[in-house]
Design a protein around this ligand. Structure first.
Ligand code: ZN
Length: 744
C-alpha cells in the first residue's frame, strides 16, 4: 500500500466512522423519542389495551325572557343505561329479568314501545295500537317492516318472530313478551359495544340508590345523568319556543334521489338516541343550546379487564338564549286576547257566529323586537306529552301558531298601505279628493259599495282613512294599479317574510300574475280583499313600519346569546333595517293623521276615550263561509301603534269570526295598559296590573262593567249595518271577493 492508497483508506475510514456516529446518534434520539414522547402508546400496544369512548351529554342551554327569568330550563334526571362492553359475558336475559324486577318493585316503567299486549289466558296476543291514531298505526307498520314481516302479520306472528329472533322459547309467556319488548327496543336503539342502550328514563332517586347497591351483581348496568327540558313558565310563547325530541329515523339516515345515504347528524357529532331541537327556537338555535358533549374513555386490557375509566373530555353546557319578550307582558297579552274573545261572544256574537280563535302580536317599533306573540287557543308545554291526542284532535287547533302561520285577509287594515303608495308616488296629495255617494260607478255592471259611514261627498286621504271610505280606495287603487301599491305594501312588511328566527307563512298580495286576475281585483285588493292574505306578525310589522315613517326592521324574538356559566353576553341581536320608503313630503304624517282619528269613530269602546293618542286601522274582511244566503262570516282585524306622536309599540290583531274590526278596540287598550304598567313597574308576574291583593277584586269589574252597559247600543249598531252588508253582497255578485262593508 503506497502513501496515496493509505490516505484514501484513512479518508474512507473517517467517512465510515462519521456515518456510523450519525446513525448511532439518530438511533439514540429515536430511542429517547420513543420512550419519552410516545411511551404510552407503545406500552398500550405492548400490553394490548383497547379504548372505548362514550359520549357524556352536555346540559342543554336555558331559554330566558328579556329580564333573564327562565322559561325553558334543563333539569338533571337519571336514566338506567346498559353498557354492553362492561357486561362482558354475563347472561343478558337473566340480567334483564333482575333489572325488570327491580324497576317493578320501585314502580318504574322501562322503554317498551312494542305495540303488543301481554298474553291472555289462552296465550294469545293483541295489538295495542289505537285504531284512530295515525302515529300508532305508522309505528305498527314500521315494526312489522323492521322485523321482516308482512303487513298482515298478527300480534301472535310478531311474538313468534321475536321469540325466535331473540331465543326466548325457554321463558314463560309473560317473560317472553317482556324480554321480547326490551330486545326489540335494543334493536331500535342499535345496542352494541359502542352504543349503549337506554333501558329506563327519568327514574327516581330511590331507584338510583337501589341499582347502585346491586352494582356488583349487575355489571354494565349504569346510572347516567342526563339533562331533560323542563318549563318553568310552560304557557309562555309555546308555539315559538318549539319542542325538543328524539332524532327521527328520517333525520338520522338521509337518502338522496341518487340513492346515496348519509348521516348528517352523526357527522355533526350526534348519537342516535340524542335529544335535539325539533321545532321553533329550540330547532333554530340548536347549535347554541346544544353545548359540547364530553367523552368518557374506558380502557380494557387483552384479558377484558377494565384498567381505566376517565372523563377525557369535560362536557360544556349549551348557551342561554335570551328572548326579547318579558314573560309578564306576554302573559298579560295572552290574558287580554282570551278575555276580549270571550267579551265579543258575550256581548255581540249572540247568534250562530262564535269567535273561537285569534292572535295578537306586539312589537317594539324602535328595533323590531317582539314584545308579545299570543295565540288563542294555546297549549301548555308541560301537558304536551300527556295531552297530545286531545290537543291535536281539538278543532280549534291550539297547536297552530296563528300569530306567525295564520293567513288572513287584511280587509281595511290594508288601506294605509294604499294611501302611502298613492301619496309617495305622487298620484295624490293631501288636497286630492274622490267623490263618495256610496257606490263606485266607474265600471259598467260592477258597482262595489261603501257604507258612507260618517262621511259623504268629496273625501280626502285623511278622511278616507278615518272613516274607511271604500270608494276613495277603489278609485285610488284602480289608478295606481296593484303593481304599484303592492310594491309599497311589500316594503311596509306585508306579503313577505318579517325575518323572524322561526318558520312563518309568507302570505300573498293580489297581483296581475294571479290565475283569477281581472281588473276589478285591483279595486278589491285596494281595500284589502281579493286574493290578499297576511299573517298577524306581518300586520304588526307593517304597523311598526308606518310608525317609523317607512323604515322596516327585521322582526325578531332573540335578544342575545349568553354564556350559561357567567351570564355574559356572547352575541347581541342588532336592529337590522330590511327596507326603507324614503317618504316624500308628508306621506307618513298624513297617514298618521288619518289613523289617529280612527279611535274617535269606534263607538262603545275604551279606545275612543283613551288618554294617550292611538293610531290604528280596523278591518272586517269576509270569510268564505256564509251563515245565511249571501251573508258571510266576518273576521276582526286591527293594526295600531302608540303613542301616535312618539310611537313605542305596534300591534297586529286578528280574531276569527270576530264580526267587526272595531270590536278589538278594547284589546288594543288592554295591551297599552299592560305595556305602560310594565314600564312603571306595576305589572305582576302573572300578567295582572296593580298590587296583587287588589288585582283580583278590580280586574273582573273592569272587564265586565263597560261591556254590559254597552250591550244595548252596540247590538243596535250592528243590526243597523248588517242589512247593508247583505245588500252590498248581493249587489256585487260578479266581484271575485267580498268587500269590507261593515267596517267603521
Ligand atoms: Zn265612502
Amino acid at each position: 500500500m503506497n502513501q496515496e492508497e493509505r490516505k484514501t483508506a484513512i479518508r474512507r475510514m473517517r467517512v465510515l466512522v462519521a456515518a456510523a456516529c450519525i446513525l448511532m446518534l439518530l438511533y439514540g434520539l429515536r430511542l429517547i423519542f420513543l420512550q419519552l414522547v410516545n411511551g404510552d402508546d407503545f406500552k398500550s400496544q405492548a400490553t394490548n389495551t383497547t379504548d372505548y369512548k362514550f359520549t357524556v351529554t352536555a346540559a342543554r342551554g336555558d331559554i330566558v325572557d328579556s329580564r333573564g327569568e327562565r322559561i325553558a330550563t334543563s333539569v338533571t334526571s337519571y336514566n338506567v343505561v346498559l353498557n354492553k362492553l362492561l357486561m362482558g359475558d354475563e347472561d343478558l336475559d337473566g340480567m334483564l329479568q333482575k333489572i325488570v324486577e327491580l324497576l317493578r318493585a320501585n314502580g318504574e316503567s322501562w322503554n317498551d314501545t312494542l305495540l303488543i299486549s301481554q298474553p291472555d289466558a289462552a296465550g294469545n296476543y293483541t295489538f295495542t295500537a289505537e285504531e284512530g291514531s295515525t302515529r300508532d298505526q305508522k309505528a305498527l307498520a314500521a315494526m312489522k317492516d323492521n322485523l321482516g314481516l308482512q303487513q298482515y302479520a298478527t300480534a301472535n306472528d310478531v311474538m313468534e318472530k321475536l321469540v325466535e329472533d331473540y331465543d326466548l322459547a325457554s321463558y314463560p309467556l309473560s317473560w317472553q313478551r317482556t324480554l321480547g319488548g326490551i330486545h326489540y327496543e335494543m334493536q331500535l336503539q342499535a345496542f352494541s359495544n359502542v352504543n349503549n342502550f337506554i333501558m329506563a328514563e327519568n327514574v327516581s332517586e330511590v331507584t338510583v340508590a337501589t341499582i347502585k347497591e346491586h352494582s356488583l351483581s349487575l355489571p354494565g348496568v349504569e346510572i347516567v345523568e342526563t339533562s331533560t327540558r323542563s318549563y318553568e313558565q310552560s304557557t309562555v310563547l309555546p308555539h315559538v319556543l318549539g319542542r325538543v325530541g328524539k332524532i327521527t329515523a328520517e333525520k338520522w339516515k338521509v337518502t338522496d334521489e341518487n340513492g346515496q345515504t348519509t348521516y348528517p347528524l352523526r357527522e355533526k357529532g350526534y348519537n342516535m338516541n340524542d335529544i335535539i331541537g325539533i321545532s321553533g327556537l329550540e330547532s333554530a338555535y340548536e347549535d347554541e343550546l346544544r353545548g359540547k358533549d364530553g367523552v368518557e374513555t374506558i380502557t380494557r386490557n387483552s384479558d377484558g379487564v377494565i384498567v381505566d375509566t376517565a372523563l377525557t373530555t369535560v362536557p360544556e353546557p349549551g348557551h342561554t338564549v335570551q328572548l326579547t319578550i318579558d314573560s309578564r307582558f306576554q302573559k298579560a297579552v295572552d290574558k287580554a286576547l282570551a278575555e276580549n274573545i270571550d267579551m265579543i261572544n258575550r256581548v255581540y256574537n249572540t247568534g250562530s257566529m262564535k269567535a273561537a280563535a285569534g292572535a295578537a302580536v306586539v312589537l317594539d317599533v324602535k328595533d323590531g323586537s317582539v314584545l308579545a306573540a299570543s295565540n288563542y287557543p294555546s297549549f301548555d308545554q308541560n301537558l304536551y306529552a300527556t295531552q297530545y291526542s286531545e290537543y291535536s284532535a281539538d278543532e280549534s287547533l291550539p297547536l297552530f301558531n296563528r300569530a306567525l302561520q295564520g293567513l288572513y285577509t287584511p280587509g281595511s287594515t290594508f288601506k294605509p298601505a294604499v294611501a302611502v303608495a298613492a301619496l309617495d308616488s305622487g298620484l295624490i296629495n293631501q288636497y286630492s279628493t274622490v267623490f263618495c255617494n256610496g257606490v263606485y260607478t266607474f265600471y259598467k255592471g260592477y258597482s262595489p259599495r261603501c257604507t258612507r259611514h260618517g262621511h259623504s261627498g268629496n273625501i280626502d286621504v285623511v278622511t278616507a282613512i278615518k272613516w274607511s271610505c271604500n270608494v276613495f280606495f277603489y278609485d285610488v287603487g284602480r289608478r295606481l294599479t296593484s303593481d304599484v301599491y303592492d310594491a309599497y305594501a311589500y316594503k311596509l312588511g306585508l306579503g313577505q317574510r318579517t325575518g323572524v328566527e322561526v318558520s312563518e307563512a309568507v302570505g300573498h298580495l293580489t297581483s296581475k300574475n294571479d290565475s283569477n286576475y281581472m281588473e276589478s281585483l285591483d279595486v278589491q285588493a285596494a281595500i284589502g280583499q281579493g286574493n290578499t292574505v297576511v299573517t298577524p306578525i306581518q300586520l304588526a310589522t307593517y304597523a311598526a313600519t308606518l310608525a317609523n315613517n317607512g323604515t322596516r326592521y327585521r322582526t325578531h324574538f332573540v335578544k342575545a346569546i349568553l354564556d350559561s356559566n357567567t351570564g355574559e353576553v356572547i352575541r347581541e341581536t342588532q336592529p337590522e333595517v330590511m327596507d326603507i320608503i324614503e317618504g316624500t313630503g308628508s306621506t307618513f304624517e298624513l297617514v298618521r293623521q288619518g289613523m289617529r282619528q280612527v279611535p274617535s269613530t269606534i263607538t262603545n269602546s275604551k279606545i275612543s276615550s283613551y288618554p294617550i293618542a292611538i293610531a290604528c286601522k280596523t278591518g272586517t274582511p269576509q270569510r268564505s263561509e256564509t251563515y245565511a244566503p249571501g251573508k258571510h262570516y266576518l273576521n276582526a282585524m286591527m293594526v295600531a301603534y302608540l303613542p301616535a306622536d312618539d310611537p313605542q309599540i305596534a300591534i297586529g290583531i286578528t280574531i276569527e269570526y270576530g264580526g267587526s274590526g272595531a270590536r278589538t278596540g278594547d284589546l288594543v287598550v288592554d295591551i297599552a295598559n299592560a305595556y305602560f304598567a310594565m314600564q312603571d313597574g306595576t305589572l305582576n308576574e302573572d300578567g295582572t296590573i296593580g298590587k296583587q291583593e287588589t288585582a283580583a277584586d278590580s280586574t273582573p269589574a273592569d272587564q265586565t262593567a263597560p261591556a254590559q252597559t254597552e250591550t244595548g247600543t252596540d247590538t243596535a249598531a250592528d243590526t243597523a249595518t248588517d242589512p247593508a252588508a247583505g245588500t252590498t253582497d248581493a249587489a256585487q255578485e260578479t266581484a271575485p271577493a267580498g268587500q269590507d262593508a261593515l267596517d267603521n
